[in-house]
Design a binder for this molecule. Structure first.
Ligand SMILES: NC(=O)c1ccc[n+]([C@@H]2O[C@H](COP(=O)([O-])OP(=O)(O)OC[C@H]3O[C@@H](n4cnc5c(N)ncnc54)[C@H](OP(=O)(O)O)[C@@H]3O)[C@@H](O)[C@H]2O)c1
Length: 335
């Protein structure tokens, strides 16, 4: 297999946004490896997606210990992509991983203990063939482990040089305020909060944004296309090659409700008037808010990636467009 060489024009069009009040900038669009990069997927296809992403200025790749399937295989595959040439650009890359969900049997393979977080990151580094990650996350809050233990482990991981920055994901506003305070006491600031945020799922992110803004923490939105429902994919049924149809996909068929499809069709019309695809408009709608540092998209093809990147060409909305979008989203939410 030929070694990858990056495109020299890669920094010409991407926008980079400062992550909270830190020194780190992230691309407005990042690539996530939750789906499409596992052992059930095709190396040739997903490695092309990763290389194309970097060629278009996506410097940030988001992973977690359990991404696959099988769990761990997305990190192994990303390690292979790095060895095939992307790793030559290590100092131009922001690689994140996480621990928090079920990873190995027994009481130490899950949640937020120091034991689990430390062991999991060591495993992630081995799978990817890395000496350090740029961002390490607590993937979800643990109701049973003291927050001091989970945050203390994150801070020590930074001191050990195994991660440069730390973040939290899926913490609600109260849990976020507490985690941020405990991290601050360790002199390891919380860099970033990774939150589910899309036109179809707004509440949690909208209650977190003022807190993160006040605390100088970046927000990175995950599943910004509602796993594909905010694209043209499901406008006319559930195609065979879609996440909702695949056994390994986390989008269930019954989540693609008639209300969501009707809203997507109505949104698609507005997107058309703006000269955008629905996917482009859905991403632009999130990025219009400067408090959103980046959106982490998933993609099962290079064509999807390219479509999504075109969102950056128009991030502004008229007041009328915003009001019309809100009305459509309200109908999808109440049904
Ligand atoms: N912290 C957490 O707890 C957490 C949870 C979930 C995700 N994440 C992160 O967020 C990342 C993104 O999540 P996600 O994959 O759910 O994001 P998403 O961008 O909402 O959905 C991606 C999926 O939508 C479809 N798609 C994307 N672009 C398209 C386009 N232009 N036209 C038509 N279809 C398109 C593809 O599905 P098809 O396969 O059907 O083509 C693609 O796999 C993950 O990889 C992960 O890094 C984090």
């Amino acid at each position: 297999m030929e070694n990858y060489k990056a495109d020299n024009t890669r920094y010409e069009t991407m926008a980079y946004r400062r992550c909270g009040q830190s020194g780190l900038k992230l691309p407005a669009i990042s690539l996530g490896l939750w789906h499409n990069f596992g052992s059930v997927d095709v190396y040739d296809n997903f490695s092309r997606i990763a290389f194309r992403a970097f060629d278009r200025g996506i410097t940030h790749f988001d992973l977690a210990n359990n991404y696959g399937p099988v769990p761990g295989s997305a990190e192994e595959n990303f390690g292979r992509i790095l060895r095939q040439g992307l790793g030559a650009y290590r100092d131009e890359l922001i690689i994140s991983t996480k621990a928090g969900y079920d990873m190995w049997p027994g009481p130490y393979g899950d949640w937020g203990s120091r034991k689990y977080l430390m062991a999991s990151l060591d495993q992630s580094l081995r799978r990817m063939g890395l000496e350090y990650v740029d961002i390490f996350y607590s993937h979800r809050p643990d109701p049973e482990t003291p927050i001091e233990e989970t945050m203390g482990a994150l801070a020590d991981i930074v001191r050990q040089g195994k991660a440069l920055y730390v973040g939290i994901s899926n913490y609600n506003p109260e849990q976020t305020e507490r985690a941020v305070e405990v991290l601050r006491q360790t002199n390891t600031p919380c860099l970033i909060h990774q939150t589910k945020y899309s036109m179809f799922e707004r509440q949690m992110a909208e209650s977190l944004l003022p807190i993160l803004d006040r605390e100088g923490i970046g927000m990175i939105a995950f599943s910004p296309l509602a796993q594909g429902m905010l694209t043209n994919k499901y406008l006319n049924g559930i195609p065979e090659n879609s996440r909702a149809a695949k056994a390994s996909g986390h989008l269930q068929r019954n989540q693609v409700t008639p209300e969501k499809v009707a809203a997507a069709r109505a949104l698609n019309e507005i997107a058309g008037r703006r000269g955008q695809t629905l996917a482009e408009m859905a991403l632009a709608w999130l990025l219009k808010d400067r408090r959103v540092t980046s959106v982490i998209i998933g993609a099962s093809s290079v064509a999807q990636l390219d479509d999504n990147l075109n969102a950056l060409a128009n991030l502004s909305f008229s007041a009328e467009e915003l009001a019309e979008i809100d009305r459509i989203l309200a109908t999808a939410e109440t049904k």
